[in-house]
Design a protein around this ligand. Structure first.
Ligand code: ASP
Length: 306
């Protein structure tokens, strides 16, 4: 049987470790474990990398402990606006949506765009209309808004100086038994972001990129910084043109022009040879991976990766 691998992240962020309470840590670990299992089973039975990354990301979108789908951060107006992307490394086909509401699983909408639309990227109302036309599951706004997100939003609007505003994302990369790579990324963005703000997560080459001849990569961190560095494409280019492995490429990309690209940066990647990379410059890196039938690995702390 050929090697198959899945890697997930639930967001990289620099944060006061005291905020990661034991209950929260346990809930995040469990959510990562569940999403890993869902994606891994698809790969194990010979399913495609695209199917696996979509399913793993859906699992985290449905889990309120992650900032994507239900549990997304609220923008300055107190609304959920979600972004997602997906890319098939076999065909270089991609789909992306930004600033969507009501759609239960934005990553599935991104996949519908990839497979059933002549465009790569559609936004807000147009994306929601496309979701309705294609029978995606919709939810009322209250489904997405958790008590925690509402509380954090209230703190932000009452104190404009509150820093840093928190951000997270979920993402998955997979290598299937046929040697195909895929990536999916989904987020509610940054707490208190301006309405209509678009981060890196839905941008092909920004927060997601996959190409069979090199690697699949999903980014997390400060979206503006990742976008300015086109960091998902940077990792791809380092693997493709410099012949680096995924871990080497992610280590370089985290440090790329660090003076100009200051901020939280995190990556998960798999290269065509099956090398797994999890890299960040943050203390929190919620992530999980499983290589073939090896034991799964799950953590929320970057230091546990060393
Ligand atoms: N990159 C995401 C964004 O800027 C947030 C994150 O990954 O934490 O929307």
């Amino acid at each position: 049987m050929k090697t198959y691998t899945i890697v997930l992240h639930g967001g990289a962020v620099t944060m006061d470790p005291a905020k990661m309470t034991p209950d929260l840590e346990a809930a995040i670990r469990q959510g990562l474990q569940e999403a890993l299992q869902v994606g891994w089973e698809i790969l194990h039975r010979g399913g495609s990398a695209v199917e696996a990354v979509e399913a793993a990301v859906c699992s985290m979108e449905n889990n309120e402990h992650f900032n994507a789908g239900r549990g997304s951060s609220l923008n300055k107006q107190g609304e959920v606006e979600m972004d997602a992307s997906i890319m098939d490394g076999r065909t270089l086909r991609a789909g992306a949506v930004n600033s969507v509401r009501y759609v239960k699983n934005p990553v599935s909408l991104a996949r519908a765009v990839m497979e059933r639309c002549e465009h790569v990227h559609i936004s807000d109302e147009g994306a929601v209309e496309f979701a309705l036309q294609h029978g995606l599951t919709m939810e009322a706004v209250h489904y997405f808004e958790t008590e925690k997100a509402r509380k954090e939003w209230l703190e932000i609007i009452q104190d404009e100086e509150k820093q840093p505003q928190e951000h997270d994302t979920v993402g998955a990369v997979a290598l299937d038994q046929d040697g195909n790579l895929a990536v999916a990324t989904s987020t509610g963005g940054i707490e208190g972001q301006l309405k209509g703000r678009v981060g890196d997560s839905p941008i092909i080459g920004g927060g997601s990129y996959a190409a069979n001849e090199a690697c699949a990569v999903s980014c997390t961190g400060d979206g503006e910084v990742i976008l300015r560095g086109a960091l998902a494409h940077e990792v791809y280019a380092l693997v493709k043109y410099r012949g680096l492995s995924a871990p080497e490429a992610c280590r370089e990309a985290v440090q790329l022009r660090d003076e100009d690209l200051k901020g939280d940066k995190g990556f998960i990647a798999i290269d065509k040879d099956g090398n797994v990379a999890v890299e960040s410059n943050t203390n929190i890196m919620r992530c999980a991976y499983r290589i073939g039938e090896q034991e799964p690995f799950v953590t929320v702390w970057r230091e546990e990766l060393k």
